[in-house]
Design a protein around this ligand. Structure first.
Ligand code: AMP
Length: 425
C-alpha cells in the first residue's frame, strides 16, 4: 500500500519518498485509516515498527487540510514521550515529513534552557513534542496552553508509566479543555495502562501488530553462554574476530558502561557512552560519533537509549540481559529495522538463564545458543536441569515494572536483582 493511495498531500508524499518510505508498514496500514477518520486509537506497537509515522502523518495531513495561523502560546497537537531522546527523535522525524510544508514542530524537554523554548512557544506551534515534566513546567508558567488542543498522542505510554509519570499525565490532562483526538501507543499493557486508556480515550479503535512481529523477522538472535567475568573479553574478541564495525551494547548499570569503555580502549576499540549521568549534549555528541563511524561501539543503558533512531544498525549486544523480558524487544528494536538485516547477540551468565527463558516465551522463539571455546560457564548443564525440574522456576512470571536508570532506579534494580539471585539459589 503506497502513501499516495492514502490521499496524503503531494508535499508529504515527496518528503516520505526522500526518507526512503515506499510502502506503509503494518502498523501504519492499520492505524492511518482510522486516524484519518478522526478516531481515537489504542495501539500495541513496538519501536521499529514505524509507529511514529503512523500517528504523525494523519495529524500533519489534518493540520494541512484545516490550515490556521499559529496562535501565540498555543499548540494544535501535543505528542508526549517518556525521554528526551525519543522526543527529539519524534520531532526530527516530523520535521522531515513536513519539510515541504509550513507546519511548525518543536520538541521541549528537560536538560535544555527554558528561555529558548519559551521564545518559540510564544509565537505558537502546530505540533509540540514534549516530555511530561517539561511540558508541565511551561504550562505552569503560562508559556503554553492546551485549551485549543486538537490532537494528543502518548508514545511509549508503558515507559511513561514505568517512569512514574502518571501524576504528570493527570496534570496535563487537567489543562486540556477540548476533546482532542487521542492516540495511545504502547509496547506492553498492564492494569494501570488499561485504567489510563479508559480515562483518556473515547471508543478507541484497537490496533495491534501481530505477536509474531514482536521482533522483526530480519533479526538473527544468538546467545553466548558465558561467565560474568569473561564477558568483557568475549565482547572484544567478537568485535575483533568478526570485524563488527558498528555495535550498540546494552548494559544494566552506568558503572558497567564506564568500565567497559576503558576495557575496549585497551584493546584499541573506540567506544562512546550513552547513560543517564551524561549531559544531553554529551549523549548527542556520542550518538553523532557512533552514527558517523568515528566510534565503533556505543554503550548504553535502557532508559538513555530509549527511542534513539539509528538507521541500518547491524549489531546489538546485550552485554547484560535486561531485567525485563520486554526490554529485550525494545533493545533489539534498534537492529533489523524497516527491512534491514540485523544481529541480536546476548551474553548470558548463569543467573541470567531465567530471563533468557522469559525472553524466549515473549518472542515465541527459541534462541540459538553458541558456545565459544574457553568462555562456557561452569556447571551450566546442572543449572538448566534445576530450572526445568523445579516448579518455582517454571512458574516464575516476567516482572511488570521498570524503573528509570536514575540512581534510585539503579538501587531498586540492584535489590530486585539480588532478590532474584537469592531465589535461584
Ligand atoms: P519507528 O518505529 O517510528 O521508530 O520507526 C522505525 C524506523 O522505520 C525509522 O527509522 C523510520 O524512519 C522507519 N520507517 C517508518 N516508516 C517507514 C516506511 N513506511 N518505510 C520505510 N521505513 C520506515
Amino acid at each position: 500500500m503506497s502513501f499516495a493511495s492514502q490521499n496524503f498531500s503531494p508535499e508529504i508524499v515527496k518528503a516520505l519518498t526522500e526518507c526512503g518510505y515506499e510502502k506503509l508498514t503494518p502498523v501504519q496500514q492499520k492505524a492511518i485509516p482510522f486516524a484519518r477518520r478522526g478516531h481515537d486509537i489504542l495501539a500495541n506497537a513496538q519501536t521499529g515498527t514505524g509507529k511514529t509515522a503512523a500517528f504523525a502523518l494523519p495529524i500533519i495531513q489534518n493540520i494541512l487540510d484545516n490550515a490556521k495561523p499559529q496562535q501565540r502560546r498555543q499548540a494544535r497537537a501535543v505528542i508526549l514521550a517518556p525521554t528526551r531522546e525519543l522526543a527529539a527523535q519524534i520531532a526530527a522525524n516530523i520535521q522531515d515529513y513536513t519539510k515541504y510544508t509550513a507546519v511548525k514542530t518543536i520538541a521541549i524537554y528537560g536538560g535544555t534552557k527554558m528561555s529558548s523554548q519559551e521564545k518559540v512557544l510564544d509565537s505558537g506551534v502546530d505540533i509540540l513534542v514534549a516530555t511530561p515534566g517539561r511540558l508541565i513546567e511551561h504550562m505552569d508558567l503560562n508559556n503554553v496552553s492546551l485549551v485549543n488542543l486538537e490532537f494528543l498522542v502518548f508514545d511509549e505510554a508503558d515507559r511513561m508509566l514505568d517512569m512514574g509519570f502518571i501524576n504528570a499525565i493527570e496534570s496535563i490532562m487537567a489543562g486540556v479543555a477540548t476533546k482532542p483526538q487521542t492516540m495511545l501507543f504502547s509496547a506492553t499493557f498492564s492494569a494501570q495502562m488499561n485504567t489510563l486508556a479508559g480515562k483518556i480515550l473515547r471508543q478507541p479503535k484497537r490496533v495491534s501488530v501481530a505477536r509474531e512481529n514482536v521482533t522483526a523477522d530480519t533479526i538473527a538472535h544468538v546467545v553466548y553462554p558465558v561467565e560474568q567475568e569473561r564477558k568483557r573479553e568475549l565482547l572484544s574478541e567478537l568485535i575483533g574476530r568478526k570485524n563488527w564495525q558498528q555495535v550498540l551494547v546494552f548494559v544494566n548499570y552506568k558503572e558497567t558502561a564506564n568500565e567497559l569503555v576503558k576495557e575496549l580502549k585497551l584493546d584499541g576499540i573506540k567506544a562512546v557512552l550513552c547513560h543517564g549521568d551524561k549531559a544531553q549534549s554529551a549523549r548527542r555528541r556520542a550518538l553523532d560519533e557512533f552514527k558517523s563511524g568515528k566510534a565503533r561501539v556505543m554503550i548504553a543503558t535502557d532508559v538513555a537509549a530509549r527511542g534513539l533512531d539509528i538507521q541500518n544498525l547491524p549489531h546489538v549486544v546485550n552485554f547484560d540481559m535486561p531485567f525485563l523480558a520486554e526490554d529485550y524487544v525494545h533493545r533489539i528494536g534498534r537492529t533489523g529495522r524497516a527491512g534491514q538485516r540485523g544481529n541480536a547477540v546476548s551474553f548470558v551468565n548463569r543467573d541470567e538463564e531465567l530471563t533468557l527463558q522469559q525472553v524466549e516465551t515473549l518472542i515465541g522463539q527459541r534462541i540459538y545458543r553458541k558456545e565459544l571455546e574457553g568462555y562456557e560457564p561452569k556447571n551450566r548443564a546442572a543449572l538448566l536441569e534445576k530450572m526445568h525440574s523445579k516448579p518455582a522456576f517454571k512458574n516464575r512470571r516476567t516482572r511488570q515494572n521498570n524503573p528509570s536508570d536514575s540512581n534510585q532506579g539503579d538501587a531498586e534494580r540492584r535489590s530486585r536483582l539480588r532478590r532474584m539471585i537469592r531465589a535461584k539459589k
